[in-house]
Design a protein around this ligand. Structure first.
Ligand code: GLC
Length: 440
């Protein structure tokens, strides 16, 4: 490794060490004071390269938040009194399946756990790896069983999400457009004429700490809070909620991650000589071909789908490239997706990969998940490209990601046009995945 890369590696390791709080790591000091599900999975992938015990502990720490029904919540709240309002806002203990001793959110997040378990396994001896797999197997099995039972009641092979936070790409165009078109809360006309910005600045930690032009708008944030309040009112029991809300999506990114996770779960099961429960095995089989339902032949593109109407939500975003990560599409389809990466009016920009193509009406270079390049989505695409043998494209994205981090530090996201760093600084998954890029 070059001297520059050694220095970069040390800087990234230091961020993860500094952001560590006991058994887990914060996404970033101040702005994100709790443990998040997919963040911890990404972090553990970086940690595994220099502190295997911490990497394992990071995921074990996620398991303590698992609900009795199997759900892994997107947030496990810090005990710190300063953040009592966050716990109070969610109040997920209304649901009898929520853990008794710790406070969590009442919704989940993208299922990266199996990938993280496998990546840690790669750093262990065979005996250690088997022990590690054994200790995590039932956590993942229960989680995936819950996903299918609650989120795929019609056995389509695709699971639905009840909030954009469940995917983790908060204001990505497919979700924002569906919610704005279909969700008409009674308070909307009133709020439009009120000065909501002041009230929201008290409620929102992100816009106090970072530039509000780089975050989700206040009206969209209100939609998101409103959905949580309504879920909370239903004690996080979702049957009626799903019937009454027609903007719920079978999200493309989420389902691609689940497909890859299922493949990893099978690898784990085989390694330790276990079988998947029959119900899960059947669901996993259905999922293998389910992406075809999200393919639009005319546009040569995959999209998310509205759960109620089964109509594709034709808003292009970085999700269009995620089927590469799923590793469950044909090579000819993979070639079609890679062509998009080469298109200058779509994803071929100086610092790829923009979270929205540059020719989209939604594109905005500094605006959260509506344009900026993020290191976690880059990492997912790089894994997919490598698996399909597109090594040149994978190397370009990994190198450009490292260039951004070396030049500016581990920011939350970056302008894809000139690399300007945006959002929170010393962001843990940026550090962790830069470490993985340096080491693989
Ligand atoms: C934001 C991101 C989400 C992430 C969380 C913590 O909400 O959109 O993906 O998990 O912050 O970093």
């Amino acid at each position: 490794m070059s001297l520059d890369n050694e220095k970069l590696l040390k800087n990234c390791q230091k961020i993860l060490i500094d952001n560590r709080r006991g058994s887990y790591t914060l996404p970033a000091e101040g702005i994100y004071p709790h443990q998040w599900l997919w963040d911890s999975c990404f972090m553990s992938i970086g940690l595994a390269h220099f502190d295997k015990a911490a990497a394992k502990q990071e995921l074990k720490s996620l398991a303590r938040g698992q609900w009795a029904n199997g759900m892994l919540p997107c947030i496990i709240f810090a005990k710190d009194l300063r953040y009592g309002l966050d716990r109070y806002f969610w109040d997920s203990k209304r649901n009898l399946d929520a853990p008794k001793k710790i406070a969590t959110s009442g919704i989940t997040q993208s299922p990266m756990l199996a990938e993280a378990v496998i990546k840690i396994g790669k750093q262990l001896s065979v005996a250690e790896k088997n022990d590690w797999y054994k200790s995590m197997f039932s956590v993942i099995v229960k989680y995936h069983q819950w996903l299918y039972q609650e989120r795929d009641p019609d056995n389509t092979g695709l699971v639905f999400q009840i909030h954009p936070w469940e995917v983790g790409l908060d204001n990505t165009p497919p979700w924002i457009s569906e919610i704005r078109n279909l969700h008409k809360p009674w308070w909307l006309p009133i709020i439009r004429v009120l000065p909501v910005d002041l009230a929201m600045s008290l409620l929102r930690r992100d816009t106090r700490i970072t530039n509000k032009k780089q975050r989700i708008s206040n009206i969209d944030a209100l939609f998101y809070f409103d959905i949580i309040l309504r879920l909370r009112k239903a004690d996080y029991l979702i049957d009626e909620f799903v019937e009454n809300n027609d903007w719920i999506l079978q999200d493309l990114t989420y389902n691609c991650i689940l497909m890859r996770a299922n493949q990893h779960l099978r690898t784990i099961a085989d390694a330790i000589g276990k079988k998947l429960p029959d119900d899960l095995s059947q669901s996993v089989k259905l999922t293998e071909n389910a992406l075809n339902k999200l393919w639009d032949e005319d546009d040569s593109e995959y999209y998310s789908r509205n759960y109620a109407t089964k109509k594709l939500v034709k808003q292009t975003s970085i999700a269009s490239l995620m089927p590469l990560y799923s590793q469950s599409i044909s090579h000819p389809r993979a070639i079609k997706l890679v062509e998009k990466l080469h298109e200058q009016n779509q994803f071929a920009v100086p610092f790829p990969v923009p979270t929205v193509p540059v020719n989209s009406k939604w594109f905005s270079e500094h605006s959260y998940w509506q344009g900026p390049a993020w290191i976690n989505t880059n990492w997912l695409i790089v894994q997919g490209l490598r698996n399909y043998g597109f090594n040149k494209e994978a190397k370009l994205i990994a190198d450009k990601s490292l260039e951004l981090v070396a030049e500016h530090g581990c920011w939350e996201y970056f302008s894809p046009l000139d690399g300007t760093p945006v959002g929170a600084k010393n962001f843990s998954w940026t550090a962790a995945l830069a470490i993985d890029f340096l080491k693989s």
